[in-house]
Write a protein of this length. Structure first.
Length: 555
């Protein structure tokens, strides 16, 4: 046979073999990034890590003949970005976007399912603004805290999960308490993990009383549940919760059902947008205009839903297109301006502060962050952009729809936590009646007059120590800690988080008095709640009920 013909035949056969291998390769990852032969599980989530950090990048692009700054924002498969997409008039940079209208900058939305890539890009400066859930912020702060430039600043809410996150179980599990002793697969370092820890706590089940198998993301958790019947439950989100439970879906897991969704705790999982600290400090106009566009994007979505559904379907390659996108939007509550204000209000029973404190305690107990970690919510919550919009009197037409709709099961009343007064350290005591977080300055009771004299002293010190900031640190007595521990570690964790919130509220009241009545500079006063964490006397609870005043120098 001719040598050229032999070479041609061999080449043809190789082409066929390569083609068959590509089509049927058992080792390749599917569209969701999971190998068909196995799933990699870990027993405990590892702390989030970054490899270095650098300044943010604000590259310019040619937008219809004009050079404008452009940022890319990475997104995972989720419907809650509808206001962002509406504000941007789609996915690509556009002069029709509200970001260009108000800030003369462009936004490009990209799909990236790995939050680890988001975080590294955030640290590198490629993504100066990213998405996260509020419950994840302690983990982000833990990974980024060593470089002040990249400290995350939460400055707005996309949405709350309103049924979009769920726990799927096999048919033999009828209620949450039956999860005890079962095997659950969930994504590590994610809102899925937080949701699971919350449900276990509500069901009085310790994490050690179930087998939790962690995977990289919620998509893999869904696939692992399908492939391995030994996984009794999985935690994932929309649209995957429907694919698993719909008999007509290719991903249907026979006998599966939804045990619970975030509709039952509809302000627990809040999808937020956050910026790097250096970006938010150096680009305040950019951030203010971004916030304004987001709030107006809420109204734009309501007036043109179909276009947004199409963009969502295109970005995430949804099999059922815009119809599937509309179903995803049925599982979120988009946050408007008054709802954003509510979320960042300390008085709100399920505020950003409460979620931060609660999730931090869960992660400390789990070992994802150090048990000695004590991160302040003030380090990551930035209300200035919302306060700027409020000062302009914008969005008066929007109303708070979700207010007071949280399922408050498991919340704690102040009466459960303490029963006496709170004091200022050393020779300063500010009196609070039992179970109160404020007092009436207009009353003439001796305790109130003493409080006013002492507050005047603090204000005078602030005036004298002009190069300082003041930190008000609230503490509670520890008389009931053993009682809470006796009810179970998860019960104690939630009570501890609430104790921090209450101690912070008392510190906030002292700040409010100093600002309103003594004309102190609010920017020089920081507040923090330590709850029960730092008692100074194990016997005399009067010494533990206190607010400490600390002065820190600017220089």
């Amino acid at each position: 046979m001719d040598k050229k013909k032999i070479i041609g035949i061999i080449f043809f056969v190789l082409i066929i073999i390569i083609g068959l291998f590509i089509k049927f390769n058992p080792f390749k990852a599917g569209k969701d990034g999971i190998k068909s032969s196995s799933v990699k599980y870990i027993s405990l989530p590892e702390p989030l890590k970054i490899t270095g950090a650098s300044g943010y990048k604000l590259d310019k692009i040619n937008l219809d003949g004009e050079m404008v700054p452009c940022i890319k924002i990475p997104l995972v498969t989720w419907g809650g970005y509808a206001s962002l997409i509406a504000a941007n008039d789609g996915l690509k940079p556009s002069k029709n976007s509200l970001f260009y209208k108000y800030g003369k900058f462009a936004v490009e939305l990209i799909r990236e399912e790995d939050p680890g890539v988001h975080l590294q890009g955030f640290a590198n400066g490629d993504y100066p603004i990213i998405w996260s859930t509020m419950d994840m912020v302690p983990l982000l702060y833990d990974a980024l805290k060593n470089d002040k430039r990249v400290i995350p600043q939460v400055f707005g809410v996309f949405d709350w999960s309103y049924g979009g996150d769920g726990i799927i179980v096999r048919g033999n599990i009828k209620n949450p308490k039956e999860l005890k002793g079962k095997t659950i697969v969930t994504s590590s370092n994610s809102p899925s993990n937080f949701f699971l820890l919350w449900l276990l706590s509500q069901s009085d089940i310790k994490p050690s009383e179930v087998t939790i198998k962690y995977v990289a993301d919620a998509v893999i958790a869904k696939d692992a549940f399908i492939k391995d019947n030994k996984n009794d439950a999985c935690v994932t989100w929309s649209p995957f919760i429907y694919e698993l439970t719909d008999p007509g879906s290719k991903s249907y897991a026979e006998g599966s059902r939804l045990l619970i969704t975030s509709r039952d705790a509809n302000q627990l999982i809040a999808d937020c947008y956050l910026a790097r600290l250096d970006f938010i400090k150096e680009q305040p106009d950019f951030i203010n205009n971004f916030s304004r566009a987001m709030m107006e994007g809420y109204d734009l979505f309501l007036s043109n839903k179909e276009a947004v559904y199409s963009h969502i379907a295109g970005l995430f390659k949804l099999p059922d297109g815009a119809k599937e996108a509309s179903l995803m939007l049925g599982d979120v509550h988009l946050a408007n301006f008054p709802e954003n204000l509510m979320f960042f209000d300390l008085e709100n029973s399920i505020s950003a502060y409460k979620i931060f404190f609660l999730s931090q305690e869960y992660y400390k107990n789990l070992g994802t962050i150090s048990g000695s970690a004590d991160y302040s919510a003030e380090a990551v919550i930035n209300k200035k952009p919302l306060e700027f919009l409020k000062s302009k009197g914008l969005f008066a037409n929007q109303t708070n729809i979700i207010k007071n709709s949280f399922n408050k099961q498991g919340s704690f009343d102040i009466a459960d936590l303490e029963s006496s007064r709170i004091v200022l350290t050393e020779d300063i005591q500010i009196h609070f009646d039992s179970q109160q977080i404020s007092f009436d300055l207009n009353k003439s009771a001796e305790e109130i007059l003493t409080n006013k004299r002492l507050l005047s002293k603090v204000a005078e010190q602030m005036n004298i120590l002009g190069t300082t900031v003041v930190k008000l640190i609230g503490h509670l007595d520890t008389s009931k800690t053993e009682e809470f521990k006796a009810k179970g570690m998860q019960y104690y964790i939630e009570a501890s988080a609430q104790a921090k919130l209450i101690s912070k509220k008392r510190a906030e009241f002292v700040k409010d008095v100093l600002v309103k009545y003594y004309k102190c500079d609010p920017d020089r006063i920081l507040t923090e709640g330590k709850g029960w964490d730092l008692p100074v006397d194990p016997v005399n609870q009067d010494k533990n009920r206190r607010v400490e005043v600390k002065f820190f120098s600017f220089e």
